[in-house]
Design a protein around this ligand. Sequence first.
Ligand code: S3P
Length: 428
Amino acid sequence: MAAPGSIVVHPAHSMRGVLRVPGDKSIAHRYALLASVATGRSVIRDFAPGADCQSTLRCLQALGVEISRADDSIIIIGRGAGQFCSPGGALDAGNSGTTARLLAGIIAAHPFPVTITGDESLCRRPMRRVIEPLSRMGARVVANGGRLPMTLTGGGLCGIDHMTEVPSAQVKSAVLLAGLHASGTTRVTESHLTRNHTEVALRQFGAEVAVNGTTVSVTGGQALTRVDATVPGDLSSAAFFCVAVAGLAGSSIRIDGVGLNPTRTGLLAILARAGASVEAEIESESAEEPRGCLVVRHRELRPLVIDPAEVPGVIDELPALAALATHGGEIVVTGASELRVKESDRIAALVAGLRALGAEADELADGFHVCGRRPLAGGTADAVGDHRLAMAFAVAALGARAPSTIVGAGAVDVSYPGFFSVLESLTA
Ligand code: S3P
């Protein structure tokens, strides 16, 4: 019998089906945060059900924000800018880097100390990337060697020009959210474009945001107004099914209502390059996040080389793409050292897990190489508490000769509760 928290994944001949995936985690965090500092009653439909977004809601409630649920919606009564209450204790961001970093940007507008902490994984992740710009804006930040727990005391912020050290939507967003509460204009420039959900959401809440190439600016003091918004399905969750379909002969899938923001669809171009048939149709755009229907069909796999410039656009999909290569393809990824500071060291743990399933996989300093010349033998892979690794190992295991065990499979609850039942229902 498998260890607690483990799951057995059986080999599959093919995957077929029509489905919707849970609400996008990145977008849901932003809607909740902005609704909390807007005025009025925001209604957010299809809010992401995973543990990460629940961490954001719990932190906001601890800051005095009223949040309730009705059917598939959450309702947030905004407190207005700079109106959070001092929480009774440290805010626990759980496993969620987006919660910790984006919340830090908003907390920096408040003139009382607030401590943010997280689970063991989050307390290992680098926070200096937000501490440095927020301190320059005028916040006082005390942190544990650049890591959580960190205590921020803010208020009286001034706008800055900030160039991010690594392309990071979380850092860009933290600085823009602080900039919204600062005097003057705050500009963030990135070397490569990252997901633009904060920029899109700020506009939905009525703010003016200027975008010039990879520079984004906001002027402080803008008041946000309530929204009625729907969170599209999370393409980063859909990615695991798309990749499984691309890897298993005779497979096809249709995913409805999925987010198709062009800053997130790098995976689709890469899947097409790997040989898969990919059709994506945007059905609703307006001022909101684009969403639509995605159809992926299996075709013969071709080897893949991921260029460093492509990495920011598929940072969360790289474990899934590594799993794809075990189905008979090959992948080389470089320029992705950021993977080492995600929920786990996603280079070391990914390669170790794929090898444990029988794959030929090697670590590179800033990436990995996976070669799928033969069907995997199957085995036991440890997800080391990382949701995306648990799902990637499951996709690899579908192509093995024998059943495999994924240790720590419960980590999928961070972004996709119920992932394994959906996977089982789609495979034959
Ligand atoms: C996210 C940004 C990315 C991504 C994470 C979600 C966001 O992190 O990996 O899963 O919602 O802004 P970085 O900003 O650290 O690259």
